[in-house]
Design a protein around this ligand. Structure first.
Ligand code: PGA
Length: 250
């Protein structure tokens, strides 16, 4: 049985006072009996602050990116070990904004996934098609290529330690959500693709949906058999919205 994971991707938002109030709102409303995992991924510099605000609450901490290198003269970069050392259990890898704005290729993303695993972090590997690719009918080709880059580089067994996030690029930050049917179709195709390589991994891997998920649409998305949680941007910056999604996940 896969448990659900609700992950907040704060992107480059926030300030100390904003984060203090967001975390206060979240910790006050979070139900300690929740079965689903709850995760927040703040901007790197605020990770220690967020760790201290989490205290004993059941909220995991994650980075938004990591270097493909272990250590060395890489000015401005953050390693997996540093994230781990700072209390992170997860790291988002290959978010579409990293791919499109910072030129991260499928191969680079695969190396980052490998580095995350070496640092004993759970990578949240983001995959997803652009609107143009969807309209051309190449959605599954694109998603499979993004997954296969990781499998070819690290081997299928690496996916035992990976969470996948399907995030259609056209749904990110746009307010346009994939319909539950559209999302389920891709999630189930991802699982089918993995089943060909390893049935157990396909069954056990968590596949999150991301792209304008909010309290108002979370219920029908999370009810889909192959949707195991959400990677949430905008709505994770509002304590009430984010906690409402966590409660829906159960
Ligand atoms: P959004 O972002 O929820 O604001 O669409 C999701 C993401 O980019 O992970």
């Amino acid at each position: 049985m896969r448990t659900k994971l609700i992950a907040g991707n704060w992107k480059m938002h926030g300030s100390k006072p904003f984060i203090e109030s967001l975390m206060k709102g979240m910790t006050e409303q979070l139900d300690a009996n929740l079965k689903s995992g709850v995760l927040v991924c703040p901007p790197t510099i605020y990770i220690p602050l967020v760790e201290s605000l989490i205290g004993s609450h059941k909220i995991a901490l994650g980075g938004q990116n990591l270097s493909e290198q272990a250590q060395g003269a890489y000015t401005g970069e953050i390693s997996g070990d540093m994230l781990k050392d700072s209390g992170c259990q997860y790291v988002i890898v290959g978010h579409s904004e990293r791919r499109s704005l910072y030129g991260e290729t499928d191969v680079l993303v695969a190396h980052k996934v490998g580095k995350a695993i070496e640092s004993e972090l759970t990578p949240i590997l983001c995959v997803g098609e652009t609107l143009e690719q969807r309209e051309k009918g190449t959605t599954m080709q694109v998603v499979q290529q993004q997954l296969d880059a990781v499998i070819d580089t690290l081997g299928i067994d690496a996916l035992k330690q990976v969470v996948v996030a399907y995030e259609p690029v056209w749904a990110i930050g746009t307010g346009v959500t994939a319909s539950p049917e559209q999302a389920q179709e891709v999630h189930s195709a991802i699982r089918a693709h993995l089943r060909d390589k390893n049935a157990q991994i396909a069954e056990e891997i968590k596949i999150l949906y991301g792209g304008s998920m909010k309290a108002a649409n979370a219920e029908e998305l999370l009810a889909q058999p192959d949707i195991d949680g959400g990677l949430i941007g905008g709505a994770s910056l509002k304590a009430d919205e984010f906690i409402a999604i966590c409660k829906i996940a159960g």
